[in-house]
Design a protein around this ligand. Sequence first.
Ligand code: SF4
Length: 465
Amino acid sequence: MAQPRQTPPVKRVHIKTFGCQMNEYDSERMAEALGTAGYLPADDAAEADLVILNTCHIREKAADKVYSELGRMRLAKEARRREGRDTLIAVAGCVAQAEGQEIIARAPVVDLVVGPQSYHRLAALVAEAEAGGKGLVATDFPAEDKFAHLPQRARQRSKPSAFITVQEGCDKFCTFCVVPYTRGAEYSRAPSEIVAEAERLAAQEACEITLLGQNVNAYHGRGPDGQSWNLARLLRRLAELPSIARLRFTTSHPLDMDDELIALFGEEPKLMPYLHLPFQSGSDRILKAMNRKHTVADYEAVIAKVRTVRPDIALSTDIIVGFPGETDSDFADTMALAERARFAQAFTFKYSARPGTPAASFAGQVPEAAKHERLRRLQSLIDTHRRAFDLAAVGRRLPVLFEAKGRKPGQVAGRSPYLQPVYIEGPATLIGRIAPVDILAASPNSLTGVIKSGFEWREPVQAAE
Ligand code: SF4
């Protein structure tokens, strides 16, 4: 007699993502790779057969935070085991790359450690762990192109705004940064691969694409014509895709802001007027100790050129206070540069040593109290400029890309060209569309407005100002 066919049990994966947009992108790609291996997403770790912590090494005490998260995972795993269910635990991301085998030694609950360069091997590694493999570690920098070995992007939740990693790793070796050690040498994907990925995202209703890379403007992919394409050329090619209305890129290094890329801000309407350009310190002496390879004058020359071609641009930056050896006078130089540059947004950090980086062993570590006070003063200055930038939008009509429902019922949330969050009262049918919004007010972290009177909400439209 024929046996009834057994349906394989549904397996679920929960990915908890820490840190930057590149980690968010990586988590999506990992979910897609595991989807082809039969794993469906789980919103709750307690329901998952596989839990992945996609970690970030940028923040202070990143590894400690991962170990305390793993302590909680161990308890959850034991609870599931008492119900007769097993859970595999994987650690991915930059802490996985930096700590490697050490994670298994300190947290034996972990079944698998996988670094960012090995995600194309994730499904095979998970299968090995399911078959009883213990303490698997994949943190080498393989010679093959991991992107070419990841499955093609499958249909997923449609999102109006999507990320594509185009470049990974960094050769700059700033003395405070772990990226060259955790993400490896600079690598650029081929333009044809990126364009194909953008076309697939556009078919899934994405109309804004942000190109990601640790040093994205150092992009130099080999084009179909055999030539090396820079970021400007890649952006121009992507701007030809009719369904893509907005392009952005992040994060850039001042030295790699070539004239062609700067000019594009004035030439290509799809390139949004927003540039994230870290300067880190306003003191040449500290920039040298950081091995940033640029001076304050270099930085200011770049932003002056950018503002010449796009005077309204929203400039954003990263700044570190309390780098080893930073004096009150160095910090005053940082404040002065921030005052001159008037950033629309800035990410400010107290220096904290990353194990394995040169600056971790530099003399002249700055006391915590001094770092704290400098950060407070800098943030207060940055807030003043950010507020002034937002207030300047009041009374203007801005095209807003709506991305999600707002926090309050009946509200939808979107982004202005300058990446400001914008809230309006309106229907969810606006999500995924660009519509003209009259900005009425600026609150500390967002803008509010109303849709231009007479705008037809139901028509598919890519409206300009
Ligand atoms: S350029 Fe950026 S990613 Fe590269 S080492 Fe410096 S801070 Fe790190």
